[in-house]
Design a binder for this molecule. Structure first.
Ligand SMILES: [Zn+2]
Length: 430
């Protein structure tokens, strides 16, 4: 067992689960004042106890980390990334300033088409680049990363991407990885749309059978795929036991959010142009509304209306949308800062959005996103200078969000994965 000893405090997030991640408030962050010890099992990857420091453990301890002066939270969960790619699209930024829209860049063979070409040509380095990016995300506090495909021109390219994700995810010292088959992203320029959609849909069964993905995802948008094509593709995923995610209403309101909710999607993502009907439907739905403010920043488009969604009672998550074109930043610190400064979200709402609700967006909020006995031992340790007490604790979280603080250490599945932290503190009695 691993004991993280003498913690200054712990934000358990237990109130989020009680409220199903709706309208999170400071109390829901579940602050417990230290000194406390968190005890984790590296074999099961779960938390086995949270006890006052000094209390004898009934579990045999093999390792102890000194948590003196530190606070613990659930490590972050990034539920929407396109982290498997090659090349860069820096020039597109400057093309946009010259007056071209995202759609015009894509229509002229740039945008996603560029990344598809670069990714196809970069066979040998893809896995290595993905591993490197995952390590960077982990160092910034993210212990679970969803990785989408979507940069393969053909179904066999997409399968190859999924295989690369499957190979990389088992390497040691990385975040947990959730794999999503984004079969309907963009249509290659030399293929008819109906042919492309049919071939991408035809491999869903095989992908599910070989457990190469947990989710299917589509991007219904003008110039990409229609709502009907996306619905057929997503339903194929559901038939074969995969969860559903949708890139919904980013550029135009196509009714994609409402369609996703009705299909039982784990999350609908983007939502810059979501309809009133869809917002109302989210109030009574377990579907998570995932906002991606870094994309709005980089594309220079309006931000999603987080206050409208939270006020309506929707479950709101935040994710990076990390990709080389519209969101070339993998750190959730930027996303959190934008949520505070542009989406007017409170620290409690942001904390819930990148832990418990992000876990909901990946369909595993029963095990992830809360620090409690039996839950996943994915823990970030932070140093803050804010006063912390049960009566007034939210300042610590506000400091982490606004100052883009990096964690002192991150534990993934009960094992220290990154960070320099002393393990020479005196062992408590066993
Ligand atoms: Zn995306």
């Amino acid at each position: 067992m691993l004991r993280i000893a003498n913690l200054r405090g712990v934000f358990t997030g237990e109130g989020f689960a009680k409220m199903q991640g709706r309208r999170p408030c400071a109390e829901d962050c579940g602050f417990r004042e230290g000194p406390l010890d968190l005890i984790c099992c590296p074999t099961s990857g779960r938390i086995v106890d949270l006890v006052p420091t000094g209390r004898a453990s009934t579990f045999p301890l093999t390792d102890t980390l000194d948590g003196s002066g530190l606070i613990a939270t659930s490590a972050w969960i990034d539920s929407h990334t396109h982290a498997l790619f090659a090349g860069h699209r820096s020039t597109e930024f400057f093309a946009r300033w010259a007056g071209k829209t995202y759609r015009e860049i894509s229509d002229s063979g740039g945008g996603i088409h560029n990344t598809i070409r670069d990714t196809a040509a970069a066979n040998a380095t893809l896995a290595q680049d993905l591993e490197h990016r995952l390590r960077q995300m982990l160092a910034a506090g993210t212990a679970v990363v969803e990785v989408k495909t979507g940069y393969g021109a053909t179904a066999s390219d997409e399968r190859r991407m999924l295989q690369i994700i499957a190979d990389v995810r088992h390497r040691p010292g990385l975040p947990e990885v959730v794999s999503t088959y984004l079969g309907l992203h963009t249509v290659p320029r030399d293929v008819s749309r109906s042919t492309h959609v049919a071939s991408m849909t035809a491999v869903v069964e095989e992908i599910a059978k070989n457990q190469l993905a947990s989710f299917v995802d589509a991007f219904p948008e003008q110039g990409f795929s229609t709502l009907e094509e996306s619905r057929d593709f997503l339903e194929a995923g559901r038939r074969h036991g995969l969860g559903i995610k949708v890139h919904a209403d980013e550029i135009t309101d196509m009714g994609a959010s409402l369609a996703g909710i009705r299909l039982g999607a784990a999350s609908i993502d983007h939502l810059e142009h979501i309809s009133d009907a869809a917002v109302t439907a989210l109030r009574d739905s377990p579907t998570v509304a995932t906002l991606l403010p870094a994309t709005s920043l980089f594309l220079g488009i309006g931000f999603a209306d987080a206050r409208r969604l939270i006020h309506a009672g929707a479950r709101v998550a935040l994710a990076s949308d990390f990709n080389p074109g519209s969101a070339p930043a993998s750190d959730l610190q930027l996303t959190m800062l934008l949520a505070a400064s542009q989406l007017m979200m409170t620290a409690a709402e942001i904390f819930c959005a990148i832990t418990y609700n992000a876990a909901g967006a990946l369909g595993f909020d029963a095990t992830h996103g809360v620090l409690a006995t039996g839950k996943a031992a994915n823990i970030a340790l932070w140093k803050t200078s804010s006063p912390l007490s049960v009566a007034s604790n939210i300042e610590g979280l506000e400091q982490i969000i606004i100052q883009r603080t990096r964690p002192i250490a991150v534990v993934v599945r009960g094992q220290l994965s990154v960070g320099e932290i002393s393990s020479d503190c005196e062992r408590p009695p066993q």
